[in-house]
Design a protein around this ligand. Structure first.
Ligand SMILES: [Zn+2]
Length: 353
């Protein structure tokens, strides 16, 4: 799908006009609501396409050999999904139907990334793809032995294993940093850091990861450590840690799903992010637009003894594979043991991600 944003930019700049004469196009999308975030255009227009490029945007454009009546529909640039964990073709096709043309696995990332790129290419994905290097997978390999393959599924199957969550020795941190460095050389788009899933990782280790990103000139994507209001004994507040890393290292720190990890403390966290941005730090955020979410039932923060931090009970969770509402602490422990990567969802007011 041609990029509408790029097409309009070319038209605005007056370039490429001479390459297409009026009416010399292959396809006209007729009468759609054209939204172009780059130029601010939001109006009913025709869009003419020639040789896979947007040739003209206007009203009453001359007919082309092919016409599609798109009245009542939105015509816009392909969406780039910055937070996608989708790997199977069926769901990727559903994303395409939603207008997504690029789906990026940035928060969890994948390691080794070269393997992930080969696999995605062999799949023949219907949308563009890209991966960050995975701090969590690199850490699992360095601290507890590698997962069986470079996939999120393999990682999730061991997500509850305390062996990978423990504090790392300096040599192990060096090993995981060089793994991330190798991934960046192999085309990783940044470094994904599932920090909240290994809360015993030290703040110093996180700063080293951010330092590596700054040196490499790539962004990081963090699932934050818990906020100090939830875990008063934590080594550092999860939000402070992200903005501190941006300030100290100069790295671009992207704060994943800030609403789900901040919960009722969102105003405090957003004010902190705004102050950091005003001071020149490169911190960006994203938020779920929907009211539910899920993660592996074996996640550290879903341990029965930690549910209270989020005002949850076992019955707040639904085990997605069966739709079962979890009846008791004992059942939660059983499922965490038997299927740590199995998805647990919560529909109202709280999201994991
Ligand atoms: Zn997350």
């Amino acid at each position: 799908m041609p990029s509408l944003g790029a097409g309009l930019a070319r038209l605005t700049a007056g370039r490429d006009w001479h390459t297409v004469s009026v009416g010399d196009w292959d396809l006209v999308l007729r009468g759609g609501r054209v939204i172009d975030p780059e130029s601010g255009l939001d109006a009913v227009r025709d869009v003419a396409i020639a040789r896979d490029r947007i040739a003209a945007v206007g009203t009453g454009l001359a007919a082309g050999p092919a016409e599609v009546d798109v009245s009542g529909q939105v015509v816009t640039a392909g969406f780039i999904d910055l937070h996608s964990h989708v790997t199977d073709l069926g769901r990727l096709r559903l994303q395409a139907l939603d207008g997504v043309t690029t789906a990026l696995e940035l928060e969890a990332g994948v390691t080794p990334v070269a393997e992930a790129y080969c696999r995605a290419a062999a799949q023949g994905r219907p949308v563009n793809y890209g991966f960050a290097a995975s701090w969590a997978m690199a850490r699992m390999a360095a601290v507890a032995g590698p997962p069986p393959d470079a996939s999120l599924g393999a990682f999730m199957a061991r997500i509850s294993d305390p062996a990978w969550q423990r504090a790392a020795e300096p040599g192990q941190v060096m090993a995981l940093l060089s793994s991330l460095e190798a991934d960046l050389a192999d085309g990783a788009l940044g470094i994904g850091v599932l920090l909240g899933y290994a809360p015993a990782a030290s703040p110093a280790e996180y700063l080293q990861v951010a330092g590596l990103a700054a040196e490499a000139g790539v962004p990081t994507f963090t699932h934050a450590r818990d906020l100090i209001e939830m875990t008063p004994g934590a080594a550092i507040d999860g939000a402070e840690e992200i903005v501190r890393a941006a300030g100290q290292t100069g790295a671009h720190m992207h704060y994943c799903h800030v609403n789900s990890t901040s919960q009722r403390h969102i105003e405090r966290v957003l004010a902190l992010v705004s102050r950091a941005q005003a001071a020149g730090s490169r911190v960006t955020t994203e938020a779920y637009p929907y009211g539910s979410g899920m993660t592996g039932i074996g996640a550290a923060f879903l341990a029965p003894e930690r549910l209270g931090e989020r005002s949850l009970a076992p019955s707040s969770l639904t085990y997605a594979p069966t739709g079962e509402r979890i009846a008791s602490e004992a059942r939660l422990r059983e499922l965490r043991r038997a299927d740590p990567g199995g998805r647990a969802g919560l529909a109202d007011g709280w999201r994991a991600g």
